[in-house]
Structure formats: C-alpha cells, structure tokens
Design a protein around this ligand. Structure first.
Ligand code: HEC
Ligand code: HEC
Ligand code: HEC
Ligand code: HEC
Ligand code: HEC
Ligand code: HEC
Ligand code: HEC
Ligand code: HEC
Ligand code: HEC
Length: 362
C-alpha cells in the first residue's frame, strides 16, 4: 500500500453532501456544506456495517469520488481497477504489466473491476466482500459449488474442507498466484499442511500421509516428487478417495485396464494384459506373468492394492506389509523378499511362493 496514511485534514472538508433525512432518502438539490458525507441523515448505512473501508472510515469520499458544485453527482476519480490499485498497488491486475511477478496467474475477474467482489464502502463480510465468500464464488463457479455441496450425484468422494473454515481461501488466492490454479502454495506443501496428522472423515480416520513419506523406506515416485495432484483432485471426485482417475476401491475386481486408469496413466497396461512376457513386468516366473495371473480375472482379480501401497512402504516395490483377510479386519503379513532375479512371499493366501525370471521356480 502506498498511501496508508490518509489525509486527516477534515477541516478542509466543506463537502457538498446530502441534506436528505434518513426518511426522505432523496439527494439534496442545493449545496450543503458538511464536514462529512456520512452522518445520521446522509449515507448513514455505511457506518452501520461491521467493517468500514479505510478511506470511508476516514470520511475521505474524495479519494474515489469527485464532484462539481451543487449537482450532487459523483464521478469516480479513476476507472476500473485503477481506482483501487492507486492504494493497493500490491494487487496485480495486468498479465504483462511491469508489476506482474514472473509466471503469476491472474484470476480473470480481477483484471476487470475490483467491485465485482468488493464493496468499496463497507460490508458485513470480512475483506469487504459483496456477499458471503461461498455465495460469491458460487456466482461464477456454480458447478464447483454444486459438487462440493453433494448436489451432483456422480460424485463419490468429497473434500469437506471446501465448505469449512476458510473454505476456498484455504487453498486458493483470490487474486493471483505463481502456482497454477491460483493455489496458495505448491500442491504437496499445501496438502501436507493438513495431512501431516490424522484427519477425521466422519467416523473414519484418514491416515497421516506425511508420516508415511518420512517414516517408510520406499516412497512411490510421484509421491516423492512434488505431486499429490498426479493422483488426487482437490475438490470432489467420481472416484473414491478423491482420486483423479479410476482405481478399484476393493480387494477384488474384474479386470479391465480402464478400471486402473489411475496407474496406467504412468505404467504400461501390458503388465496386466500379457499372460507371457519377457519385458512387461519383473513380476514373472520365467515368462509367466504373475501380475497377469493375479490381476487378470473376469470376476475376482486381485487389485493392485492387494499387494501395493499407494504412497510408501518399508518393503521394496511398495509391497504392502500385510493383506487384509476376511471381513473381521484381520491382516496377514506378506513377508516379501526380493532376490536379484525374483522374489518370494509367504502369506495366508497360499504356501510360501517364489518366482525367478531367469530360472523359473516350479
Ligand atoms: C475506495 C473508493 C471509494 C470511496 C473512498 C468512496 N466510494 Fe462511493 N463508490 C465507489 C464506487 C466504485 C462506487 C460505484 C459502486 C458500483 O459500481 O458498484 C461508489 C458509489 C457510491 C454511491 C452510489 C451507489 C451506492 O453504493 O450507494 C454513493 C451514494 C457513494 N458512493 C457515496 C460515497 C460516500 C458518501 C463516500 C465517503 C463516505 C464514498 N462513497 C467513498 C467508490 C468509493
Ligand atoms: C485512498 C486509498 C485507498 C483506496 C483508493 C482504496 N483503498 Fe482499500 N484500503 C485502504 C486502507 C487504508 C485500508 C486499510 C484499513 C482497513 O482495513 O479498512 C484498505 C483496506 C481494504 C481492504 C481490506 C483489507 C483487509 O486486510 O481486510 C479491501 C478488501 C480493500 N481495501 C479493497 C479496496 C477496493 C476494492 C478499492 C477500490 C474500490 C480500494 N480498496 C480502494 C485504502 C484505500
Ligand atoms: C473474484 C473476486 C475478487 C476480485 C475481482 C477482487 N478481489 Fe480482492 N479479495 C477477494 C477475496 C475472496 C478476498 C479475501 C477475503 C477474506 O476472506 O479475507 C480478497 C481480499 C482482498 C484484500 C485484502 C487481503 C489481500 O489479499 O491483500 C484486498 C486489499 C483486496 N482484496 C483488494 C482487491 C483489489 C484492489 C481488487 C481489484 C484489483 C480486488 N481485490 C479484486 C476477492 C476478489
Ligand atoms: C465474476 C465471476 C467470478 C467470481 C465471483 C469468481 N471467479 Fe474464479 N474464475 C472466474 C473466471 C472467468 C475464471 C477463468 C475461467 C475458468 O477457469 O472458469 C476463474 C478461474 C478460477 C480459478 C482457476 C484459475 C486457473 O488458473 O485455472 C480458481 C481457482 C478460481 N477461479 C477460484 C475462485 C474462488 C475461490 C472464488 C470465490 C472467492 C472465485 N473464483 C470467484 C470468474 C469468477
Ligand atoms: C483442499 C484444497 C482446495 C480447496 C479447499 C478448494 N480448492 Fe479449488 N482447487 C484445488 C486444486 C488442487 C485445484 C487444481 C485442480 C485439481 O487438481 O482438482 C483446484 C482447482 C480449482 C478451480 C479450477 C479448476 C476447476 O475445477 O474448475 C476452480 C475454479 C476452483 N478450484 C475453485 C474453488 C472454489 C470455488 C472453492 C471453494 C468452494 C475451492 N476451489 C476450494 C484445491 C482446493
Ligand atoms: C485445511 C486442511 C486440508 C488441506 C489443505 C487438505 N486436506 Fe485433505 N482432508 C482434510 C480433512 C479434514 C479430511 C477429512 C474430511 C474430508 O473427507 O474432507 C481430508 C480428507 C482427504 C482425503 C480422503 C477423502 C476420502 O473420501 O477418503 C484425501 C484423499 C485428501 N484429503 C487429499 C488431499 C489432497 C490431495 C490435498 C491437497 C490438494 C489435501 N487433501 C489438502 C483436510 C485437508
Ligand atoms: C500414485 C498416486 C498417488 C499419489 C501421487 C498420491 N496419492 Fe494419496 N492415495 C492414492 C491412492 C490410490 C489412495 C487410496 C489408498 C487406499 O485406499 O488404499 C490414496 C489415499 C490418500 C489419502 C486417504 C488416506 C486414508 O487413510 O483414507 C490421503 C489423505 C492422501 N492419499 C493424500 C495424499 C497426499 C497428501 C499426497 C501427496 C503427498 C498423495 N496422496 C499422493 C494415490 C496417490
Ligand atoms: C504420475 C505417474 C504415476 C502414477 C499415476 C502411478 N505411478 Fe507408480 N511409479 C511412478 C514412478 C515415476 C515410479 C518410480 C519408477 C522407478 O523408480 O523406476 C513408480 C513406481 C512404482 C512401483 C515400484 C516399482 C519398483 O519396482 O520399485 C510400483 C509398484 C508402482 N509404481 C505402482 C503403482 C500403482 C499401483 C499405481 C496406481 C495406484 C501407480 N503406480 C500410479 C509413477 C506413477
Ligand atoms: C499379487 C501381488 C501383486 C498385485 C495384485 C499387483 N502387483 Fe505389482 N508387483 C508385485 C510384485 C511382487 C512386484 C515386484 C516385482 C519384482 O521386481 O520382482 C511388482 C511390481 C510392480 C511394478 C514395477 C514394474 C514391474 O512390473 O515389475 C509396477 C509398476 C506394478 N507392480 C504395478 C502394479 C499395478 C498397476 C497393479 C494393479 C493393476 C499391480 N501391480 C498388482 C506384486 C503385485
């Protein structure tokens, strides 16, 4: 802000303000010298609001309005966003303007007019918003809000934080940001600002993800990188667990590459479609593809989650330490070990089993 200290030379103010009473809300026809335009008779509604804008509180109407004699017509002293950026010069409004921080994205409506979202005078809302935050965003992003409010029946999982606390402002800046999608910080830091502890989703506890990333030996490639949004959306999803693409939610599922779109965005679907291979996967006994064997079944194919942890694991290849057994919440240790050319596991699913790519195990 360049002009935080507003002129308090109120003595100079002989402003031509309204003589109208609160009852007769008509603009005065003659020049009425007044120390202020806001009194119990004139524009009294401004001071009744919870939050008064700086220059209005200082009764400095002339910071934004100019007037001629007795006409009681008040033009704005500057046009569009310039009216406001004169004082709020830290708010960027031009994409290629000298003031734009390199690589910053602008929220489209801020290039037009600030009063689309802000009341220039006073408001009961924080930040002088023209209406409550969620209603404001809803005027232009109604689809986003309808999904967050559960009005879209195709939505399977929803991020409750969208409507709670600071709501949209938890993750977004209203004006500009260097991070895509106007995010307040890079996705990983943003997500982990809350997921560095367990969270409650109704009666269910949502795992502490940061702990997984820092305590486990092997962290999945994209999770180790900056990117939670490689697999998750920020808002609401047609998939479980805010996933960005399809991923079977249960231990068993009929095989269809489309049902694993989440994983096959980055990994070759061949690992689940080729019964025999020397290339598609390391999980094979000779040429016999053990991914195919477990996953590719018309009804009870084991899903990736049966063996792999999505984020991190202490075992190599992100193998889960244990598999769930039955419906009683039991888990049976897998005891997976790797060799140079294969591996072995011992779980409740079957007798100890081993595979070897070079010298197939019988
Ligand atoms: C920060 C700039 C700014 C200041 C300071 C300001 N105004 Fe305004 N005013 C505006 C803008 C912008 C509009 C047009 C609003 C719109 O288009 O939504 C306006 C409109 C008005 C209107 C007509 C519409 C309405 O909202 O009732 C009145 C009356 C008014 N101002 C009175 C005042 C008075 C009295 C003061 C001093 C106490 C004042 N204004 C101070 C920016 C300002
Ligand atoms: C003459 C200088 C001046 C102009 C012009 C001006 N402002 Fe302000 N504005 C201030 C001052 C001083 C404050 C800080 C005091 C306060 O919070 O009320 C402020 C505060 C604000 C805040 C609240 C900040 C917060 O921390 O919550 C918003 C929002 C705002 N202005 C928007 C606008 C908009 C929109 C316009 C144009 C219509 C505008 N301002 C024009 C001086 C100005
Ligand atoms: C799309 C709606 C929208 C538009 C357009 C917009 N703002 Fe804001 N602005 C917001 C919201 C939302 C907040 C945060 C309010 C809160 O929760 O405190 C905010 C906060 C502010 C604040 C206080 C905090 C901060 O970020 O510095 C100022 C000052 C401000 N706006 C000025 C402006 C100015 C100047 C313009 C025009 C160049 C403008 N705004 C355009 C929505 C908007
Ligand atoms: C006056 C209309 C309007 C209002 C109000 C508005 N937006 Fe936007 N917003 C847009 C437009 C237009 C775009 C750009 C096109 C699009 O992505 O839909 C946009 C884009 C966005 C984007 C994506 C930016 C990007 O870089 O892809 C986010 C995030 C966003 N708005 C958040 C909000 C939030 C949060 C609010 C409430 C504080 C809000 N918007 C209020 C019109 C608005
Ligand atoms: C938990 C963080 C978070 C919250 C809270 C949040 N968003 Fe977002 N938003 C994101 C992320 C992350 C993206 C990037 C696209 C994606 O991966 O889903 C995004 C993208 C967007 C976009 C552009 C893409 C699209 O979906 O149209 C808009 C608009 C948007 N958000 C508006 C909102 C509004 C409005 C709210 C409040 C109701 C809100 N967001 C609350 C994280 C959040
Ligand atoms: C302000 C805190 C906060 C932020 C920031 C946040 N979350 Fe959440 N998240 C929660 C809370 C609280 C829950 C549990 C309630 C719920 O489902 O919304 C949750 C739930 C989840 C769930 C489980 C949803 C389900 O249905 O099982 C996932 C996945 C998730 N968040 C991912 C993310 C990602 C990815 C980001 C970053 C884009 C993120 N979160 C940012 C607080 C946050
Ligand atoms: C490779 C894809 C992928 C990436 C990248 C990813 N996740 Fe996940 N995440 C998943 C899958 C799949 C699940 C569901 C796991 C399950 O149901 O066993 C999940 C579940 C979650 C859950 C819910 C945990 C619970 O107990 O219900 C949260 C929270 C979460 N992820 C946050 C994050 C955060 C934060 C990041 C970034 C640090 C991230 N995820 C990166 C795939 C991913
Ligand atoms: C955004 C891209 C991306 C997505 C989506 C993704 N992965 Fe990965 N995955 C990687 C990268 C990168 C590596 C690390 C490759 C390396 O180190 O050789 C990796 C490694 C792995 C490994 C370990 C390989 C090894 O032997 O150490 C497994 C297992 C794995 N992913 C399974 C999955 C599963 C299951 C899914 C779906 C839930 C999935 N991935 C989704 C990018 C992705
Ligand atoms: C029965 C357990 C099991 C299931 C089910 C399973 N995997 Fe694996 N996967 C493994 C084992 C064991 C390895 C380690 C192979 C090695 O390096 O010796 C592995 C390795 C991988 C790798 C590393 C590259 C490779 O193929 O060797 C990826 C990627 C992978 N799995 C993805 C998936 C995906 C995607 C799914 C679901 C469609 C899935 N896995 C289902 C056990 C399984």
């Amino acid at each position: 802000m360049t002009r935080t200290t507003l002129s308090l030379a109120l003595g100079l103010l002989l402003t031509p303000c309204a003589a109208a009473t609160a009852r007769a809300a008509e603009a005065p026809k003659t020049l009425v010298p007044r120390a202020s335009c806001v009194s119990k008779d004139c524009h009294a509604d401004f001071s009744k609001k919870k939050h008064l804008h700086g220059p209005v509180a200082e009764k400095e109407c002339k910071e934004c309005h100019s007037w001629k004699d007795d006409l009681h017509k008040f033009a704005l002293v500057r046009k569009g966003t310039a009216l406001c950026t004169e004082c709020h010069d830290d708010i960027l409004v031009k994409k290629d303007g000298a003031k734009t921080k390199k690589g910053a994205t602008l929220h489209e409506p801020i290039t037009e007019d600030c009063v689309t979202c802000h009341d220039p005078h006073a408001s009961n809302e924080k930040g002088f918003l023209t209406m409550p935050l969620l209603e404001l965003c809803d005027t232009c992003h109604d689809k986003t809000l309808a999904r967050a409010r559960g009005k879209d029946k195709t939505v399977l999982s929803n991020h409750a934080v969208m409507l709670e606390g600071k709501a949209c402002m938890t993750c977004h800046s209203p004006h500009t940001s260097k991070v895509p999608y106007l995010l307040t910080q890079k996705p990983k830091a943003l997500c982990l600002s809350c997921h560095d502890k367990p969270q409650q989703a109704g009666s269910r506890e949502v795992a502490n993800v940061k702990e997984q990333l820092t305590q486990k030996k092997h962290v999945h490639g994209p999770v180790a990188d900056e990117d939670c949004t490689a697999c998750h959306v920020g808002h609401a999803s047609e998939q479980v667990t805010l996933l960005a693409r399809a991923y079977p939610p249960k231990f068993y599922a009929p095989f269809d590459p489309k049902a694993y779109a989440l994983c096959f965005e980055c990994h070759e679907a061949d690992l689940g479609t080729q019964a025999k291979t020397t290339k598609a996967t390391e999980f094979r006994n000779g040429e016999h593809n053990l991914h195919f064997l477990h996953v590719n079944k018309p009804t009870k194919g084991r899903t990736c989650r049966a063996c792999h942890a999505a984020h991190a694991s202490d075992l190599p290849s992100q193998i889960q330490p244990a598999v769930p057994f039955g419906t009683g919440g039991w888990a049976i240790p897998i005891r997976f070990t790797k060799t140079a050319t294969g591996g072995s596991c011992q779980s409740g699913c079957h007798e100890p089993k081993a595979y070897d790519r070079k010298t197939p195990v019988d």
